[in-house]
Design a protein around this ligand. Structure first.
Ligand code: PMP
Length: 432
């Protein structure tokens, strides 16, 4: 039955084939960390809607909240409602203490890319400047400006997706340091490129309106910034009066073990972009949280129809309560340590360059054992082998060479053990 549905989808659609191409299943239903296909096969879902389903599929409490809200009121543009008020209160309460009184929230439309667009526009308005600095390997979305600041060339193909005034700099991808530096010095050294470009009169770029970065590049292959790199970027941008946008679309809402990933780097962004897991159950919503000092927008300066999704507000407020009550962040840290313990031994294999991650965001980078080059075919083979044994994972990074894990944040110890067991076998098998 999965094959029939896949063929029918293939016949009807000319694109939108990204996931079915690698995950040839049609889904019947799901609960928690488990997904069942239309043929009755059950899978442990270590993709979780690309990180959207932070509390698992169909969390029963969120389902009840959504059903209740459906009966009350569903769409409210940007007019105030009790559900929206609860959502705003919940989101602001999750900010680190130093940012709580400094930040405002703005609703940007349903997707992460919408919020990235808003963040860029806000910084351009506030500074009166036009250029944007971004990092190689970063991903920020598929709309015009979000794509333009995306540093994953494969994601821009075949159109290029560029925009004048966007400048890319190296990200602290120490596993592939072009200078062959150690992990300790590589992150610090690569921040020099940006520093030089911005401070040397011959550096070549005008003072930008913003620097945008992910604390852990997700689509780019699960690459956590080094602490020193993040520190230097923040220090430099602050000294030069450049707003720092931290894109927490994927890393936010607890994914890395703190509510926001930047908290682990002891930095404070000027703008935070959040979406994906904000509502806990996939009801779409995207926001920017930003320093009030940047707020030079006139009323109505940034609008959009779908900024009043009451289902997302109601479930999002409830999701924050559940995260607190059920100590979900603790679970992320504990299960993350479990993943690390089970998977890092794979680094001894010739075809595994690195196993890396934060919290419950992990990547296994596969390389050709002879050349050491990124090997997307191996990663795809791992994905297929894992699926055959009941585990759903995604790939990403250079040439798709990284197997990516994004389980629900409330995943159980047993499911982590089972899924990692399958992955260890799959990774071991593909290189032999
Ligand atoms: N930023 C980051 C860091 C992301 O990972 C993504 C989505 N993968 C986006 C932005 C874009 O979000 P959306 O797909 O909801 O537009």
């Amino acid at each position: 039955r999965s094959r029939v549905l896949l063929e029918r989808q293939e016949q009807r659609e000319s694109n939108a084939r990204t996931y079915p191409r690698h995950l040839p299943i049609a889904i019947a239903d799901a609960r928690g960390s488990l997904v069942r296909d239309v043929d009755g096969n059950v899978f442990i879902d270590f993709l979780a809607g690309a990180g959207v389903l932070s509390l698992g599929h169909n969390h029963p409490e969120l389902v009840r909240v959504a059903a209740r809200q459906l009966e009350i009121f569903t769409h409210g543009l940007d007019l105030p409602t009790p559900a929206k008020d609860d959502f705003v209160t919940a989101q602001l309460s999750m900010l680190p203490a130093a940012l709580k009184d400094r930040m405002k929230i703005h609703f940007c439309g349903p997707t992460g890319a919408n919020a990235v667009e808003a963040a860029i526009k806000l910084c351009k308005t506030a500074t009166g400047r036009d250029d944007i600095v971004s990092f190689a390997g970063g991903f920020h979305g598929s709309t015009a400006a979000a794509m333009a600041v995306t540093g994953l060339v494969e994601q821009k193909a075949p159109v290029g997706g560029g925009m004048p005034g966007v400048h890319f700099f190296p990200y602290s991808y120490c596993a592939r340091c072009p200078l062959g530096l150690s992990k300790e010095s590589s992150g610090t050294r690569c921040a020099h490129y940006l520093e030089n470009a911005l401070t040397d009169p011959l550096g070549g770029i005008p003072l930008p309106a913003a620097v945008i970065m992910e604390m852990v590049q997700g689509e780019g292959g699960v690459i956590p910034a080094t602490y020193e790199f993040a520190q230097r970027v923040r220090r430099l941008t602050r000294e030069l009066g450049i707003p720092l946008i931290v894109d927490e679309v994927q890393t936010g809402c607890g994914r890395t073990g703190t509510w926001f990933a930047f908290e682990q780097y002891d930095i404070e962004p000027d703008v935070i972009v959040a979406s994906k897991a904000l509502s806990g159950i996939g009801t779409p919503v995207a926001v920017i949280l930003y320093d009030k000092e940047l707020d030079r927008w006139a009323p109505g300066a940034h609008i959009g129809t779908f900024r009043g999704n009451q289902l997302a507000f109601a479930t999002g407020a409830a999701a924050v309560e559940i995260v607190r009550r059920d100590r979900v962040l603790e679970n992320v840290r504990e299960r993350g340590a479990q993943v690390a313990a089970l998977l890092t031994p794979l680094e001894t294999l010739d075809w595994v360059l690195e196993v890396r991650g934060r919290g419950l965001m992990w990547g296994i980078e596969l390389v050709h054992p002879g050349t050491g080059r990124p090997d997307g075919e191996l990663a795809e083979a791992v994905q297929a082998e894992a699926l055959r044994h009941g585990v759903i994972v995604e790939t990403g990074g250079r040439d798709g060479c990284v197997v990516r894990l994004l389980p629900p944040l409330n995943v159980t110890e047993d499911h982590v053990a089972a899924a990692c067991g399958v992955l260890v076998d799959a990774v071991s098998a593909v290189g032999e």
